[in-house]
Design a protein around this ligand. Structure first.
Ligand code: XMP
Length: 530
């Protein structure tokens, strides 16, 4: 089924994928592609409109990312956001003022032209201010600004739609040509009506059908998986996390017993997790499951390795080698399935996005050895986490799986800073179980924090226990609130709960005499420590 689609040309903003997500939240299909993507590839997506993302450049930079000709010659609607606005204005004969000074943070948008599709359903209304004996229009909304340059003069045919204190041209349009432009970021949560704006663009300006739904996605993917796999056999690396579980359930629905799930116990899982994975997928879901104990093998390979990217590479590579070995035991396996999701692909600066910085190599994408001899089946590659959960629920998976907190592929290896040895892993597992157990009991695992875990630090500190001096390791508690795991804030957990957790860890976990709390947001920190 072909969907009406919005193509977002990515100019390198950290928020680009949020644009895609917001459009999809309006049940409209969207794709995020680099602005460099060849015209035929972009037009093959059959866009009904284009959104130009923000980006770190100035249109005056020597090698400033350009607006491809086909965007304008296609005659399709265009919405430029931030750098996208400047690019559009620059290209169409407006003037962009370059500036060293950034405007960053909330701003109040005053809407000058109410009768405009972008601002429909924004809840703007005329109110009678009786005290002053005059009518006024409540036409202001909070928006989020993050820009240096800005448009100073609009191109011919455009008119201003809204302004802020700092940006007289905060939103503008040439409605005859269906060109729209906003200086602020409608995609971020700090622009409360931003989702509406993007939906309005997709639905009212581009006339897209609202057919991007979990049920349609499942139907299409089941067909796509059948077409790709034919009579072949598929092996899936099951980690127990949401992504591989949903991928497994989806593929299982498409091809049943042609799928074998391989669960590699690398010894880097949380307490009790290995047993739980087997129970859930083999017994409850009825999938073919091979459980491999590879703990010794992983510990040998990781001995003495402390560099985070090296850990990821080793774990990724081992994973594939073990797969090959198990696959050989099973007979012919033709495909490797993975629960790779869109953010993995983007953050790993995978082949779909060459412009992004490599922040961390996620082992299920960037760390794969190049000589791997499986073809990949990655049915969730285009989905955001929240979409994966919706698909999981639509597939009938229980909440205990669908709403599990994310757990990284490399597991505790990237939370056990310094040497990875069994004793330290056990220490970490115990501390983590205490922390998450207490959170669960306080009903804070879903509400108060979207991801919470313990980290074992590679330092020792002095303490006193009873009458004796101790010199032992340190546990850091990490808990974040986040909507999308791209940005996050540290969770404000109750002090009493933290005190209780700290007391329990120091008393119950051998070799730990100090507990600290991580109070770093993302950015500038990341959620994981490595
Ligand atoms: P960061 O640390 O990059 O994490 O802020 C964002 C989200 O991604 C998870 N994460 C990983 N997941 N392989 C994965 O499958 C990895 O190598 C990896 N590193 C981080 C992290 O747990 C968080 O949910």
């Amino acid at each position: 089924m072909a969907h009406d689609t919005i193509v977002i040309l990515d100019y390198g903003s950290q928020y680009s994928q949020l644009i895609a997500r917001r459009v999809r939240e309006a049940n409209v299909c969207s794709h995020l592609v680099s602005w460099r993507t060849p015209e035929d590839e972009v037009m093959a997506l059959r866009p009904q409109g284009f959104i130009l993302s923000g980006g770190p450049n100035s249109v005056y930079d020597a090698h400033a990312p350009a607006l491809p000709d086909y965007v304008l010659t296609s005659g399709l609607p265009v919405l430029g956001i931030c750098y996208g606005m400047q690019l559009l204005a620059h290209r169409l004969g407006g003037r962009v003022a370059s500036s060293q000074k950034r405007e960053y943070g909330p701003a109040t948008l005053q809407i000058d032209v109410l009768d405009n599709p972008l601002f429909e359903d924004w809840g703007l209304k005329i109110e009678d201010l009786r005290l002053n004996h005059q009518s006024s229009i409540i036409n202001s909304q909070q928006v989020w600004m993050s820009h240096g340059d800005k448009v100073e003069a609009l191109p011919p045919g455009f008119r201003v739609l809204a302004h802020t204190g700092n940006s007289p041209l905060a939103a503008a349009a040439d409605t005859a040509r269906h060109y729209y432009a906003v200086q602020f970021h409608p995609e971020v949560a700090h622009t409360p009506q931003g989702g509406r704006l993007l939906r309005n663009f997709a639905q009212r300006v581009c006339a897209c059908a609202l057919d991007w739904t979990p049920v349609n996605f499942i139907t299409e993917q089941v067909e796509a998986i059948r077409a790709q796999v034919g009579n072949g056999r598929v092996a899936l690396g099951l980690s127990g996390g949401v992504d591989s579980a949903v991928a497994g359930a989806l593929i299982h629905r498409a091809i049943g017993d042609q799928l074998t799930c391989i669960f590699v116990d690398h010894g880097l899982l949380r307490q009790g997790e290995a047993l739980q994975v087997v129970a859930t997928f083999e017994r409850e879901q009825g999938m073919n499951l091979v459980a491999v104990n590879a703990i010794e093998e992983y510990l040998d390979a990781l001995a003495g390795v402390t560099d985070p990217e090296m850990k990821r590479r080793i774990i990724g590579e081992k994973f594939v080698r073990i797969f090959e070995r198990e696959a050989n035991k099973l007979g012919q396996i033709d495909f490797l399935a993975q629960g790779t999701i869109y953010p993995d692909v983007i953050e790993s600066a995978g082949k779909d996005k060459k412009d992004a910085h490599v922040i961390k190599t996620h082992h299920n994408v960037g760390g794969l050895p190049e000589d791997m001899d499986f073809e990949l089946v990655e049915p969730l590659k285009l989905l955001f986490k929240d979409e994966v959960r919706r698909v999981g629920t639509a597939l009938g998976l229980p909440d205990s799986i669908v709403w599990r907190q994310p757990f990284p592929g490399p597991g505790l290896a990237i939370r056990c800073l310094g040497d990875i040895i069994w004793e330290r892993l056990e220490r970490l597992r115990q501390a983590d179980a205490i922390f998450t157990g207490e959170l669960r009991q306080a009903d804070m695992l879903k509400q108060g924090t979207q991801q919470a875990f313990a980290v074992l630090l590679p330092v020792k500190s002095v303490g006193v226990m009873g009458d004796g001096r101790t010199y032992q390791e340190v546990i850091a508690l990490r808990a974040v609130t986040t909507e999308d795991f791209m940005t996050a804030d540290w969770a404000r957990l109750p002090y009493d709960l933290l005190a209780h957790v700290s007391r329990r860890i120091v008393n119950e976990v051998d070799g730990v005499n100090r507990v600290v709390l991580d109070i770093t947001s993302k950015p500038p920190g990341t959620i994981e420590w490595e």
